[in-house]
Write a protein that binds this ligand. Structure first.
Ligand SMILES: Nc1ncnc2c1ncn2[C@@H]1O[C@H](COP(=O)(O)OP(=O)(O)OP(=O)(O)O)[C@@H](O)[C@H]1O
Ligand SMILES: [Mg+2]
Length: 499
């Protein structure tokens, strides 16, 4: 066997109230793609942050190319060839692609003023964009790029820093089908070029597809390693949760009031000349499928009143209602669980309890006093229901793992007795076990009479969870499929614009 490029041995890391990692081992060989799996909060990101120089371990050793190494800082990690594509992207919106790639290392003219040599900067950036097969100009400001493209820029940056070990922490969780396929291709190409990759994902199909070996963590410990030929969905799940999972999708069609929630001729700023009409029954989960930019989130935001609709009517239980702002929607018990938890879903500096009860604060604030007891009770209940992993309900949201943050966002809306719930990518970044819990919960809510709209780019989720599926393409609904008409092919055909 060749010497591993990286060996981490006996790694330990504690946070106040949590043992995040306990005696964890991990090895990576040159040119290998190592899959890293585990439930939300299992310690994957923490282990990688230690490798990336963001955290110092409390215990353990690290070897690179067989030599003992201590990684003291992020720049230390970079100089040792470790590149990190984070779970939550941190790009600089106002700078262009080339500036993002070479930030702080811009080529300069020789003179004493050290002016940036812009021609050289862009020429060099183009080399990396080409290597990744990216067809964007290096002059494009980052804010004009999709999340997928921004991620590619991060990868270009890592390559420009000569990364030999590339950490990808849930790189596809915000990408759509086609973008995901492209990213997986890029990972394979990089591997062929000799780069080692540590690949974290809750989409186990990606690990099955890509990984040469898979390491599974459970509760901060090694749960097992799978060789290439042993890697499959069930084997990974078994190591992750320590048992076989029951049937994944809890599907049961329930009949409530038909056309309970109706949207007619909705027009959004992004697609002013297109009209969107659909209805959802009580007890129904209406899936919304489509490629990125199809207008699903825009429609949802217009319905919820965060982005004013420029036309259309909305009816709840047969009565027309006016939604001019999110406040109006909330007053009618219509809620949106948005896709971007960092920007709109979660206040990371606040405790779990505060996040969960925030939108209902007026409810807890009878006579001007916040009813702490009620607040605590609801928060504790929701944490239990959703299995949110945290030392206490007073833990800051910032200190939760990605998937647990998503669950807090969900808890916040579920505690409010919704009539209509719009979920935008509800299980992004959530592990298989928690996914099953969330599906169960959605189904329970539907059965209690809620009309549910579920926007999702996860084909398995759309097929498994929806009673009907509306498919959007460039701002219009190209078709609404009944459950027995749904298949991946039928959805994809509508998603690319065929009717
Ligand atoms: N900065 C921090 N302060 C306190 N606790 C933390 C901190 N970072 C992580 N933790 C805790 O450490 C544990 C491991 O978290 P980690 O983010 O590594 O999980 P993960 O496997 O990446 O999960 P996910 O799949 O949800 O991203 C969790 O219990 C988390 O709440
Ligand atoms: Mg993580």
């Amino acid at each position: 066997m060749t010497t591993p490029i990286l060996e981490m041995q006996g790694i330990g890391k504690r946070f106040p109230g949590v043992v995040a990692l306990d005696e964890v081992d991990l090895e990576v060989c040159p040119g290998e793609i190592l899959g890293l799996a585990g439930e939300n909060g299992a310690g994957k990101s923490t282990l990688m942050k230690i490798l990336g120089g963001i955290y110092q371990p409390d215990a353990g050793r690290l070897r690179i190319d067989g030599r003992r190494t201590v990684i003291r800082s992020v720049s230390d990690a970079i100089s040792r060839g470790i590149g990190f594509i984070h779970q939550e992207l941190n790009v600089l919106d106002n700078l262009d692609v080339a500036e993002n790639i070479f930030l702080g290392r811009e080529p300069t003219w020789g003179g004493p003023l050290r002016l940036v040599d812009r021609r050289k900067l862009h020429a060099e950036a183009d080399v990396y964009l080409k290597r990744l097969g990216l067809e964007i100009s290096s002059w494009t400001p980052l804010k004009n790029l999709s999340i997928a493209q921004q991620q590619m820029v991060e990868i270009a940056k890592a390559l420009s820093l000569n990364a030999r070990i590339l950490i990808m922490d849930e790189p596809t969780s915000s990408l759509t089908l086609t973008e995901t396929a492209r990213l997986l291709e890029v990972a394979k190409e990089l591997k062929a070029q000799g780069v080692s990759i540590i690949y974290i994902s809750h989409r186990l199909g990606e690990i099955t597809d890509l990984a040469d070996r898979a390491v599974v963590l459970r509760d901060g410990r090694n749960a097992g390693v799978l060789a290439r030929e042993e890697i499959n969905h069930d084997a990974i799940v078994r190591l992750m949760v320590g048992r076989d999972l029951d049937r994944f999708y809890a599907h049961a069609a329930t009949a409530g009031k038909p056309q309970y929630f109706e949207v007619r001729d909705l027009r959004t700023i992004r697609y002013p000349s297109h009209r969107v009409s659909f209805d959802v029954a009580q007890g129904e989960i209406l899936g919304f499928a489509g490629l990125v930019g199809a207008g699903r989130s825009e429609a949802a935001q217009a319905i919820f009143g965060v982005e004013a609709a420029i036309g259309g009517t909305v009816l709840l239980d047969g009565k027309q209602i006016k939604i001019l702002s999110a406040k109006d929607a909330i007053a009618h018990n219509i809620y949106l669980v948005s896709e971007d938890r960092r920007r709109t879903g979660l206040i990371v500096d606040m405790a779990i309890r505060e996040n969960i009860t925030l939108p209902a604060l007026w409810g807890y604030a009878q006579a001007g006093l916040i009813d702490r007891l009620a607040e605590r009770k609801v928060s504790t209940e929701m944490c239990g229901k959703l299995n949110i992993k945290a030392p206490s309900i007073e833990t800051k949201a910032a200190n939760l793992s990605g998937g647990n943050q998503q669950k807090v966002v969900l808890a916040k809306w579920l505690s409010l007795n919704p009539k209509v719930l719009i979920f935008d990518e509800p299980t992004r970044g959530i592990d298989v076990g928690a996914k099953a819990e969330i599906y169960q919960l959605m189904r329970t809510l539907a059965e209690s009479g809620v009309a549910i709209i579920m926007i999702s780019s996860d084909m398995e989720e759309i097929l498994g969870e929806s009673d009907r599926v509306a498919v959007m393409h460039e701002g219009v609904i190209t078709g609404i499929l009944k459950r027995d008409e749904c298949s991946e092919e039928a959805i994809m055909r509508l998603a690319v614009g065929h009717r």
